[in-house]
Design a protein around this ligand. Structure first.
Ligand SMILES: [Zn+2]
Length: 162
C-alpha cells in the first residue's frame, strides 16, 4: 500500500482516472463526460465522486469497477467510489473536448444549454448538415436517439440532451 501525500497524489489520481472511459462510448473519458466530479483523500482513503449520466444507468457499475481497478493497479487499495445524484448530471457538464470527440466518433453531441430547442441544433456528425430527422427515440443505448441525415442519408446516434 502506498502512503498518500495530498497534493502530488491528487494530480496523479486525476491523471490515472483520465484513462477511464465510458464503457458505452469508449472515446469519452469520465472527465470528458463530466461524470467524474471529485477526488478527495482522507486518512489514506481515496474517495472518488461520480455522478451517473442518468439514474440507474447500467454503465455506472462498469465505470465504478474500472475506477477501482485502475487505482488498484497503481497501488491504491483503499478506494471508495461514491455516487452523487444531486445535483443531477446534465449534458452541459460534457467538456468541449468531449463534444468534439463524440462528433469525430460519429455521434451528434448534445445541444448546449438550449435543450428546449435541441431540434434546431442537432447536426449530422458526418457532413454537418442540420437537415436531420429522428428515426427512433432510442438509439444503441437509452442515452441516445437514432437520427438520419437528410443530406448524406447517414443514420447516426444523437446523445440526448438532459
Ligand atoms: Zn449528413
Amino acid at each position: 500500500m502506498v502512503s498518500l501525500d495530498q497534493q502530488t497524489d491528487l494530480t496523479r489520481l486525476f491523471d490515472l482516472l483520465s484513462s477511464v472511459v465510458d464503457p458505452e462510448i469508449p472515446v469519452l473519458s469520465l472527465q470528458d463526460l463530466g461524470v467524474l466530479r471529485d477526488i478527495s483523500v482522507t486518512d489514506d482513503v481515496i474517495e472518488v465522486t461520480i455522478t451517473p449520466t442518468y439514474a440507474g444507468c447500467p454503465a455506472m457499475n462498469t465505470m465504478q469497477a474500472d475506477i477501482e481497478n485502475k487505482l488498484a493497479e497503481a497501488g491504491y487499495q483503499q478506494v471508495t467510489v461514491r455516487q452523487s445524484l444531486s445535483p443531477a448530471w446534465t449534458t452541459d457538464w460534457m467538456s468541449e473536448n468531449g463534444r468534439e470527440k463524440l462528433r469525430r466518433y460519429g455521434i451528434a453531441p448534445p445541444a448546449t444549454s438550449a435543450c428546449g430547442q435541441q431540434k434546431s441544433t442537432i447536426e449530422c456528425p458526418q457532413c454537418g448538415s442540420a437537415e436531420v430527422k429522428r428515426i427512433s427515440e432510442f438509439g444503441s443505448t437509452a442515452c441516445k436517439a437514432l437520427y438520419q441525415c437528410k443530406d448524406c442519408l447517414e443514420p447516426f446516434d444523437y446523445f440526448k440532451c438532459i
